[in-house]
Design a binder for this molecule. Sequence first.
Ligand code: PEP
Length: 241
Amino acid sequence: MSHACKLAAGNWKMNGLSADLEQARALAAAFPDPKCGILLCPPATLISAMAEAVSGSAVMVGGQDCHAQVAGAHTGDISAHMLADAGARQVILGHSERRADHAETSAQVAAKAAAAHAAGLVAIICVGETEAERDAGQTLEIVLSQLAHSLPDGANSANTVIAYEPVWAIGTGRTPTLDQIAEVHDALRAKLPDAAMSLLYGGSVKPGNAAEIFAIANVDGALVGGASLKAEDFGAIIAAL
Ligand code: PEP
């Protein structure tokens, strides 16, 4: 079963200054009554300002990571409560860039997701294999293991979204075949604690390939990096949902 309302989530990564809030405003103006959820996850420095810029519109704002603790001596970190206080409604967790650059484990991702839930945020938990793992035939084993260990107790379709993002497809312009995406999404769906949980695909989603990816049965939307930075590109992807 697929989730009824699809989601287009944009991950700005470490990109965006105040002037780029114009892109969020343009997106909000372009989709006054969207048939899917629209989410932008800017760097933490822009969350408050973006939430204000799109206030009253259908565009939601999210964070890209959070700490597992509510507060304390963790210089440079941001808690889920702080994200919520700044106007975020969702938070991306366990992105492969966090898993690689900060050695985040699935256990840490689960702790962060529990913190997100406690703060009232929807956790978007990312899983995905590297190219070497795919070549070794380990894709399903890897993503299902990441899923099992990254989900906190109490995860359900209201508070959690899963994003399948093959590491080798992120920012590379390369995408799996539609059959490969379907195979992983079918396998993930079968192991979800709540079958209605949304499953996003992420990795080089562009206006030109969005429609065919969204047509896959168990794909409930997309997590989009580079193509979410400009309202025109992200808008074309949203229109394909
Ligand atoms: C991402 O970072 O989550 C992502 C999917 O990036 P891109 O769309 O640029 O491949």
